[in-house]
Ligand binder design. Sequence first.
Ligand SMILES: Cc1cc2nc3c(=O)[nH]c(=O)nc-3n(C[C@H](O)[C@H](O)[C@H](O)COP(=O)(O)O)c2cc1C
Length: 182
Amino acid sequence: MASMIQLYYGSDTQNTHTVVQEKIVPLLKKEGVAVRDKIIPELSDEDWRDHDFFILGVPTWYYGELQSDWEAYFEHFKTLDFKGKTVALFGLGDQWGYDEWFIDGVGILAEALLENGAEIICPWPTTGYDFLKSRALKNEGEFYGLALDEDNQYELTQSRCETWVKQLVAELKKKDLLPAMS
Ligand SMILES: Cc1cc2nc3c(=O)[nH]c(=O)nc-3n(C[C@H](O)[C@H](O)[C@H](O)COP(=O)(O)O)c2cc1C
């Protein structure tokens, strides 16, 4: 189990679920990386304990809120120790319908993770998106993680996932976080 990447996510209307099952997991497998995915309500503390790297997926809901499972889990999430752990984030949102809160959920998780000692890898450029505000901005030109918009730019999701997964695997190899699989 320790040789697999852990991917944890929440999804209210199945968009994130579909992206995980049809894009991110198959693309990682294509790169030779084994993945174990779980939805947030299934998580126990053991799911965090024995692993050094996690991919976390979060859609944003209701004007800058976390998706409902993440919301319910968040108080506990904030108590977890991420010192020495590495995390990559991806988020789903609607940049036109909710242009003042675009993928805010990624920012909410990033803030808690950084506070608790995590290193966040694989930021994503803001080029190609059209929004007013986002809590997910790492700096002026980058989000903390991959931004996907199934509502307005679904045709870009495959190529965005391909590019991000390739960058992620390269970064993990560099950091020696894929020892059993490279
Ligand atoms: C009522 C409602 C509120 C939403 N609020 C936001 C928001 O604040 N920010 C954002 O980026 N997207 C927002 N979205 C868009 C969702 O994040 C997007 O549809 C996403 O793909 C849903 O993922 P899921 O099906 O995995 O839950 C909202 C969508 C709905 C229907």
